[in-house]
Design a protein around this ligand. Sequence first.
Ligand code: FES
Length: 161
Amino acid sequence: MAEEKSLENVDQNANLVGRKSDLIGVKRQIKIDGRNILFVHKKGKFFALDSKCYHSGGPLHKGDIEDVPNFSSCIVCPWHRYKICLQTGESVYQEAYPHQPVKRGPWKSTGVKQRTHCVIEREGNIYVQLSDLTQEMPSDHYNKERPPREEGVPNVHLKDW
Ligand code: FES
């Protein structure tokens, strides 16, 4: 879960993003250990989450941010308009009623789909620490570093139809 902490001892694995004063209002993609991270400052809080959308790999750093009732601010994927909570990584949707197209229901979650990472503030600096990557998460498919291609192995496989 993305959360902003004030720690006495910043973990050795935490990565310095920059001075807090330089990061107010930013929405940008950063790279940590080969992983693309969406880093956002919104409404006084910093968030870090995988930057490629769990659905099909859309570039979340190019998405707009919207407020969604019962959830904090959400990033809207520019490809298929899925909304992902910046705080929790949950994919959220508004219930619809097929026989009453004008009526809309409450906002709900389909569960945590996008991996979020820990944001740490210390002495005016902001750090991001990658979350525990040992437990699979849907967004991992598009965000984890792929092993380099073996030499001599073709990239495109042709087959007879
Ligand atoms: S790729 Fe993001 S909603 Fe489809």
